[in-house]
Design a protein around this ligand. Structure first.
Ligand code: AOS
Ligand code: ZN
Ligand code: ZN
Length: 395
């Protein structure tokens, strides 16, 4: 199919919406990280949060697509968060969501926010108060909670009591938040526990968010579902309830692979973005935070992130090219294959040239990966960053 013309109704190019589209990148993607097995180190890997932010800023400089960096506490803890925020600004980016960490403390063996021991629950709640202070210092508005709590064996704990304790802990965190702060609640079908997770699915996360209040929203990590789950349906349903707060984008083949989004199944990413565009949720006013949650073990990290944001942009571009008038007409006529064809025409459009043109028009490199390779940044980082300890997923 040829490149679609601008929509006749407005005369505007549907891809203009991309100019305001941003993807948040995770600080931990720039550290050494990977699987349960060997973690390969790379020369030039950041040694502190400043160097992680400098690397993330390269992604934005090359693509214009990654204006914010998610941070993780305590991995990105610094003495002076105002200074870190100012440094990010100098680099051309901002600090995005603040991720709490409930999965690296011996106290949390039997759970954190859902633990039966009130002392341990209080400790986990207090950690979120610390994260809220980091948000106040950095200007971040999103507190992101991934709850690793669960059980491994039938009978290990009361599933009902765990939910009640979790609800109470979350309510205490929510009560400590400012009016302009949001609580984003992630779910995951399994891992680190394998019999039950306390937040295993979008329905459970949504129920907790609804009990908390309007500023509690669900995070959908694309790697956190059973095989064959129809993720775009969940996207539609959460949008319908105004409860989709954010994505953690990544690619999933088997479990929580955390690989480059859109690498294994670009069609799924397109289907997700089609539901997003259909409800106008690609616009900044929608409040949906499009984040990456990825690790790069064997590939170069900055190019891996550049590729990732470009994949999300390409899927969004194709979704924007769906001819909504033709789609509505085909649906109204009960034209099953006609409607399907409209969607497939958009998916099969080669948007690479269109996106390169748009980048060039904004003063960005036509080919961000090539521009980064030619910039010499990686070699300079490898030469400069000697001594110290390289950052890793988990530190
Ligand atoms: C874990 O599986 C989740 O995806 C979380 O989002 C987690 O916080 C993230 O991977 C970084 O710790
Ligand atoms: Zn995640
Ligand atoms: Zn995950």
């Amino acid at each position: 199919m040829t490149t679609p013309a601008p929509t006749p109704a407005t005369g505007r190019d549907p891809l203009d919406a991309l100019d305001d589209f941003g993807i948040e990148v995770p600080s931990w993607a720039y550290g050494n990280s990977g699987t349960r097995f060997k973690v390969f180190t790379t020369p030039g890997t950041p040694r502190d949060p400043y160097e992680k932010i400098a690397d993330a800023a390269q992604v934005h400089a090359m693509t214009g697509l990654a204006p914010r960096v998610s941070i993780h506490i305590p991995w990105d803890k610094v003495d002076d968060f105002a200074a870190l925020t100012a440094f990010a600004k100098e680099q051309g980016v901002a600090i995005g969501s603040v991720n709490s960490n409930l999965f690296q403390d011996d106290d949390y063996r039997l759970g954190s926010l859902a633990n039966s021991d009130p002392r341990i629950r209080d400790k986990a709640i207090a950690h979120h108060s610390e994260c809220l202070d980091v948000m106040r210092a950095t200007g971040s508005k999103d507190l992101k909670i991934w709850l690793p709590d669960g059980t491994n064996y039938p009978g290990q704990d009361s599933l009902r009591d765990r939910q009640d304790r979790l609800a109470d802990s979350l309510a205490q965190i929510y009560a400590a938040m400012d009016d302009d702060q949001r609580l984003l609640l992630e779910y995951k079908i399994f891992e680190p526990y394998f019999y039950t997770m306390d937040l295993p699915d979008w329905g459970t996360s949504l129920l907790h968010c609804m009990a908390l209040g309007e500023r509690a929203k669900v995070i959908l990590d694309t790697g956190h579902h059973a095989p064959s789950t129809n993720i775009e349906f969940i996207v539609m349903q959460l949008l319908r309830q105004n409860r989709l707060g954010a994505f953690d984008f990544n690619s999933r083949n088997y479990a929580d692979d955390d690989l480059i989004v859109g690498s294994a199944d670009p069609f799924q990413l397109f289907r997700i973005m089609t539901e997003i565009v259909a409800q106008g949720a690609h616009l900044p006013t929608s409040g949906v935070n499009f984040m990456l949650d990825q690790c790069h073990n064997i590939e170069e990290k900055i190019p891996g992130q550049i590729r990732s944001v470009m994949n999300v942009q390409a899927a969004t571009a194709k979704a924007l090219l769906v001819d909504q008038d033709a789609l509505a007409a085909a649906r109204a006529q009960g034209d099953v294959l006609g409607a399907h064809g409209v969607v497939m025409d958009a998916y099969e459009t080669d948007v690479r040239g269109l996106l390169a043109d748009r980048r060039e028009a904004r003063g960005l490199p036509r080919d961000p990966l090539r521009a980064f390779a030619e910039s010499g940044y990686a070699a300079k980082a490898a030469a400069d960053r000697v001594g110290g300890t390289q950052a890793s997923w988990g530190a």
